[in-house]
Each structure stands twice: as structure tokens, then as C-alpha cells.
Design a protein around this ligand. Structure first.
Ligand code: CTP
Length: 420
């Protein structure tokens, strides 16, 4: 970091510059969601210039963008020509993100057309570029769009997979703009890492997240406090690095990560089935979920009632299968990764117990959280040690769950063989 002398002669660190973001908006109904994305950027200290296309301005007017960004807004290259905006914006940006990116915008970007300020900016940008497409399913699946997306990805552009759901009319399908919060998280990731090498492109990975629930009766269950945040961060990070990601989520209330297939399950038995099925032939599987180790022996079909004499019912439990151990034993996926939250006990310290667990489970990597000092459940950050079956280990200092997710993928990528 650079320093500069203050007025009284002390050398104080220079305040890091605010990251410069160009937010491109092309002409789709989802343009209104870009207002939310813009707010997330400005509220977290980014310097944002909005560059809409003329069609985007049909959906959301320039005054909205100008008021939210605090900067003048133009769609064409003829405003403020003396400042050469068509070159300057792209050259000076730390990140260009286009949300929504229409089929037309991506076609122009793939072919290097430059007929307005946004397409000029895309041609002059030397920073990471993220495109978040939104369009009707037919347009997304058209061979022309597929080819344009492939071209853009081959050049290192991060093209986010659209979400599935309700589209503009009454129809539903793939093509929705992912949640603005998700796009923001991805952009923050890209900015933090400088660029995201698509090093997991062509890889298929499976991540489990959340905590399973074992039904006692129609209204009660045995569960745990896992929020699913670390698993979701892993899925998000892998998608951002180009992987085809299946996320098996047990009772998680977080929004679906952009560009990830999400399968929802409730119990350990359902989690096992979904994970084993998705893992066949996968390059990696990461068990970040907290499956319940026990389930009630037989679910009551009627609500268990209080007894008149005040005695409590006895609940008998049986053990659930260990999914991680099964994945490691069957080797359906190439790299098998587990998690362990440990406190240490009279038989050994946290790392001793974790080493023993790694050997017992037979996985390739075990991500160990020391939870002696307090729970990590639901927290925004995490610290861990990643133990490997070959005896090596990586200490990851306290930081965001996204940062830990990327280090875990780095270690997994080290262990993957050549692409099929
Ligand atoms: N796990 C699993 N199936 C289970 C229980 C746990 O796949 N039925 C996975 C978790 O997803 C995690 C790892 O195993 O990746 C470690 O879980 P943990 O509960 O620490 O392991 P246990 O074998 O239950 O060990 P302990 O006796 O310490 O509870």
C-alpha cells in the first residue's frame, strides 16, 4: 500500500481508492433490478458509473440512474466528448458488470461491435467483465446465443447462468436475472481476486449445505443449527470459476446462488440419495452439510400428545448412514472433501481429532473448524485448517466464507486429474 506524509509530517497510509465499477444496463425488463444492484455497490463504497443502452432507458430513465449513482448518465458517445468517455470509462474501470445483459448485447460484445457507450466500454475494458444475462428461455437456448456465450467465456468474461422461474409474461423457464444480491456477491469476489480464472471450467462438482431434519411426527423434527452459508459460498465460488455446480441444500433459507442447480432435501436419507446420484462421475464432492447422525425409529403419523400423568415419551433413535464415508469408499467422485467442527477433548487436541477423522472417513481433504471458542453457525466469517490425506495442511486465517471457499477450491483443483 502506498503512503503519504500528513500535514504534521507523519507518514500515514493512503486511503485505498474506491473500486471503480461500470454498471452496464441493457434493454430488458429486469433493468429495474439493476437499481438494487447499484445501491449495493454504492452503499459498500464503490464508485459506480451507470452506462445504460438506449433500450434500457425505455425501462428505467436516466434520472433514476443519476440519482442513485450520483453521476451523470449517458447511453451514447456524444456526451462530454472532450473527456473521451468511450475509451476512458473502460480503461479506468476495476470491473465492468452488465446486468441485465440481453441476447443482443451479448451478440454485440462477442463480435466486437461498438455502436453506443456500453459496447465501446466493453471493447476498451482491460479489467474483469461480468455479464448477467436475462432473456426468454428460447433466446437463451438459441444456438446463436449459446455460441456467443461460449465465445465470451473463452475470452475470460464471466457469464453468469440465468436463474429459472417466472419470466416477463405468464411463462416460466430459464432466463431470469439472478438475485441482485447474488450478482453483487459474485462481483465482490471478482474484485477481491483481481480476476477469476475460469480454472474449474469443464468440471462438474457437487456441494451439500445446510442441516438435515429428521421427522418425529407431522409437526416436529430433530434438527441442527447449520445455516448453509459455507456450502452456499462454496457453490457460488465454484460457479464463478466456471464449474457446473449441483448444490444439494437441506433446509436452507438463503437465495439460490447464481448459475447453480439447487436440489432441496429435508432428511439425511434424502440428502444421501441426492448427493450420491449427483456425484457419479463428478470431479469433486464437498460435504459441507451437517446431516443428522440419528433419526427417530419410525416417524409417528399422528402428533405425539402429552400424557395425562405428565410422563414424557421416550424417543428411540437409530443411526443414519455416513454419507461422506460412503463417498470416500465408493469413489464415485474424484476428490472427496469433508468438514469437521471440533472442540478437542481429553483424548486429543482439535487437529489430532481431525486427523483421526480424516483417516476414519477416508476423504481427500477435511476442512476443520475449531469451535471451542464459540459457534460458527450462521456467522458471516470463518477460519479453518484444511487437512489433506497426504499429510499436508493449509491454515486459512479468519476471513469471509467466500475467501475460505476459494482456498478450498484451490486445494481441490490441485488434486484433480486432467479434464475428461
Ligand atoms: N457427514 C456425513 N454423513 C453423516 C454425518 C456427517 O456425510 N451422517 C459428513 C459431514 O457432512 C461432514 C463430515 O461428515 O463433512 C463430518 O461430520 P461430523 O459430524 O464431524 O462427523 P461424525 O462422523 O459425525 O463425527 P463425530 O463423532 O465427531 O460427530
Amino acid at each position: 500500500m502506498s503512503s503519504h506524509p500528513s500535514a504534521d509530517g507523519d507518514v500515514t497510509p493512503a486511503r485505498p481508492a474506491r473500486p471503480r465499477v461500470v454498471l452496464g444496463v441493457s434493454g430488458g425488463i429486469a433493468a429495474y433490478k439493476a437499481c438494487e444492484l447499484l445501491r449495493r455497490f454504492t452503499e459498500s463504497g464503490h464508485d459506480v458509473t451507470v452506462v445504460p443502452t438506449a433500450a434500457a432507458l425505455e425501462f428505467v430513465g436516466a434520472p433514476t440512474w443519476a440519482a442513485l449513482s450520483g453521476k451523470p448518465v449517458s447511453a451514447e458517445v456524444w456526451t462530454g466528448v472532450h473527456e473521451v468517455p468511450h475509451v476512458r470509462l473502460g480503461q479506468s474501470a476495476d470491473l465492468v458488470v452488465v446486468a441485465p445483459a440481453t441476447a443482443d448485447l451479448m451478440a454485440k460484445a462477442a463480435h466486437g461491435l461498438a455502436d453506443d457507450l456500453l459496447t465501446n466500454t466493453l471493447l476498451t475494458a482491460r479489467c474483469p467483465v461480468v455479464l448477467a444475462p436475462a432473456m426468454h428461455t428460447e433466446m437463451w437456448e438459441h444456438p446463436a446465443t449459446t455460441a456467443n456465450v461460449a465465445t465470451l467465456r473463452s475470452r475470460g468474461v464471466v457469464v453468469v447462468e440465468p436463474a429459472e422461474g417466472r419470466l416477463t409474461g405468464a411463462d416460466t423457464g430459464k432466463g431470469r436475472l439472478p438475485d441482485p444480491e447474488e450478482i453483487f456477491g459474485l462481483c465482490a469476489d471478482v474484485l477481491a481476486r483481481g480476476a477469476l480464472a475460469p480454472d474449474l471450467a469443464g468440471r462438474r462438482v457437487v456441494v451439500s449445505a445446510g442441516g438435515t431434519r429428521e421427522r418425529l411426527d407431522p409437526v416436529r423434527f430433530l434438527g441442527n443449527r447449520s445455516s448453509g452459508r459455507q456450502g452456499y459460498a462454496l457453490a457460488r465460488a465454484a460457479a464463478a470459476r466456471g464449474a457446473d455446480v449441483t448444490l444439494v441444500a437441506a433446509n436452507v433459507t438463503l437465495p439460490d446462488p447464481a448459475g447453480v442447480k439447487v436440489e432441496r432435501v429435508e432428511t439425511t436419507a434424502e440428502l444421501r440419495e441426492a448427493v450420491l446420484q449427483a456425484s457419479v462421475g463428478a470431479d469433486a464432492v464437498v460435504m459441507a452439510a451437517a446431516p443428522a447422525d440419528f433419526r427417530p425409529t419410525g416417524e409417528s403419523t399422528v402428533k405425539i400428545k402429552k400424557s395425562a400423568d405428565g410422563s414424557a415419551p421416550t424417543i428411540s433413535l437409530e443411526q443414519n448412514p455416513d454419507i461422506l464415508a460412503e463417498l470416500a469408499a465408493t469413489r464415485v467422485a474424484e476428490v472427496v472433501v469433508g468438514f469437521a467442527a471440533e472442540t478437542g477433548d481429553s483424548t486429543g487436541g482439535v487437529l489430532d481429532l481431525a486427523r483421526a477423522k480424516l483417516a476414519r472417513k477416508g476423504c481427500d481433504l477435511l476442512v476443520v473448524n475449531d469451535v471451542s471458542g464459540g459457534a460458527v453457525f450462521g456467522a458471516e466469517d470463518n477460519e479453518a485448517v484444511i487437512l489433506a490425506a497426504d499429510g499436508s495442511s493449509t491454515e486459512v486465517p479468519r476471513g469471509s466464507k467466500a475467501a475460505l471457499a476459494h482456498v478450498i477450491w484451490d486445494r481441490i483443483a490441485d488434486r484433480m486429474g486432467p479434464r475428461a
